[in-house]
Design a protein around this ligand. Structure first.
Ligand code: UGA
Length: 450
């Protein structure tokens, strides 16, 4: 078995490396020559736990190769995966498919025998059909099928998600293509991973429906959290109790500052636009998009309120800027909305993130970047937890409290226990739980509109 992987971003690199681990010969191609040179040496340009070791093994075993020459990836390949970027278009937010279509054209020119061309990037319904047309127009005598095989991996857990997926979705009605892709995913067939064969349109829609549903689940619990604060309830207990209902499920019910990342914001927006364009508006998801955007802004107000309504000249320490732990990715991270709003309100910000500071520097200005969490807390009027990295869960809070100007903690990820915070005497504000004011018993939030 031999496959070509076009694009070495998150999806392409993780998929290519994992397919090599399945025992397949993989040729990864990218236009970025510097990146390819790095990858040839096993130097992974993204932070993804476990990926570098796995890639190193595949390079040593000679099962994976990197090139800038598309011909090498396509000639002789049983399947060629398109895993190039589909960023939102500046003009209207629609997924920009120009890289996918360009890749299709170039692949067509290189094909030399029956090839299954597979769209792995997240692409709107109808893209596989369009790719087929492009290939046919470019090379009318080509022998090929186009299939859709969306990827469901999460950043930070990508290798595990690829190796042990909940399901694999393959969209094609060609038996020949099915046979090839069944062979590509043979190790997963053997360990009885559910593989859903379906139409291409269904496969494409599944990816958007999955991400939109998860984004909706998060947004739902975030709004319940707001209500819990007013009602004196605890959202964590609510989430646990409803999550024990098998029909609801416990995952993706952690209330927080709103979802971010390179997928949920982009895919929810794209789904609403497809809905509008096709005359089937997705009103729930449209609301989710709006509620989530508002929420990120409200988080800044919540921090300001915790400081008594004014942060002018105050020092705010921020722990975590990545959109979630175990990644250096800050794309659409809540930090990119919240921190500038705090700066606008006159605050000085010191921040630390274990992996994402280099990326965050490209988008955030005037931040006093620190080397570790304790430095961030020094002399701070308030400390804000924005990303739930494990290292923030086990901080010496007594030490932190002593070094701060005010013992004030805004925990937007609910990583600490109310009892512990009370014991330590913090003014502690979290999500969907009662605020703890210094020297007091838990009381209901007084600030409205949060
Ligand atoms: C998401 C999906 O989970 C993957 O299945 C999908 O393949 C991927 O998008 C994609 O389309 O490529 P990812 O963006 O890496 O993966 O991150 P998630 O772990 O899903 O988290 C997304 C956001 O939701 C983060 O900002 C996270 O903090 C937030 N979140 C997640 C919550 O606020 N609460 C939760 O309970 C879970």
């Amino acid at each position: 078995m031999r496959i070509g992987m076009v694009g070495t971003g998150y999806v392409g690199l993780v998929s290519g490396t994992c397919f090599a681990e399945f025992g397949i010969d993989v040729v990864c191609v990218d236009k970025d020559a510097t990146k390819i040179e790095r990858l040839k040496k096993g130097d992974v340009p993204i932070f993804e736990p476990g990926l570098e070791d796995l890639l190193d093994r595949q390079i040593k075993a000679g099962r994976i190769h990197f090139t800038t020459n598309l011909d090498e990836a396509v000639k002789g390949a049983d399947a060629v995966f398109i895993a190039v970027g589909t960023p939102p278009r500046q003009s209207d937010g629609h997924a920009d498919l120009s890289y996918v279509y360009q890749a299709a054209k170039e692949i067509a020119a290189c094909m030399d025998g029956y090839t299954v061309v597979v769209t792995k990037s997240t692409v709107p319904v109808g893209t596989a059909r369009e790719v087929e047309q492009i290939i046919r127009d470019t090379k009318p005598d080509a022998e090929f099928d186009v299939a859709s095989n969306p990827e469901f991996l999460r950043e930070g857990a990508a290798v595990n998600d690829f190796m042990r997926p909940d399901r694999v979705v393959i969209g094609t009605s060609s038996e020949r293509a099915q046979k090839v892709l069944r062979e590509v995913y043979r190790p997963l067939f053997l360990n009885e991973t559910p593989i859903v064969f379906t139409k291409r349109e269904t496969s494409e829609m599944t990816k958007y429906a999955a991400n939109a549903f998860l984004a909706t689940k998060i947004t739902f619990i975030n709004e319940i959290a707001d209500l819990c604060e007013k009602a004196g309830a605890d959202v964590q207990d609510v989430a646990r109790a409803i999550g024990l209902d098998g029909r609801i499920g416990s995952k993706f019910l952690h209330a927080g500052p709103g979802y971010g990342g390179s997928c949920f914001p982009k895919d929810t927006l794209a789904l609403t636009q497809t809905g509008q364009a096709m005359g089937a508006p997705q009103r729930i998801v449209e609301t989710v998009v709006q509620v989530n955007a508002d929420r990120q802004k409200q988080m800044a107000s919540r921090i300001i309120a915790a400081c008594g309504g004014d942060v002018k000249g105050k020092r705010i320490g921020v722990l975590g800027v990545a959109f979630k732990p175990n990644t250096d990715d800050v794309r659409d991270a809540p930090s990119l909305v919240i921190l500038p709003l705090l700066q606008e309100a006159g605050a000085h910000i010191a921040a630390y993130d274990p992996e994402a500071m280099e990326q965050a520097r490209l988008f955030l200005t005037d931040i006093d970047w620190k080397d570790e969490a304790y430095q961030v807390a020094e002399n701070a009027d308030v400390l804000v937890i924005l990303t739930e990295w494990n290292e923030f869960r086990a901080l010496d809070l007594a030490r932190i409290g002593e070094s701060m100007k005010e013992k004030r903690l805004v925990d937007l990820r609910n990583i600490y226990k109310l009892e512990d915070m009370k014991e330590l005497g913090f003014h502690y504000v979290s999500i969907g739980r009662p605020d703890l004011l210094p020297e007091s018993k838990p009381v209901l939030k007084e600030v409205t509109g949060q």
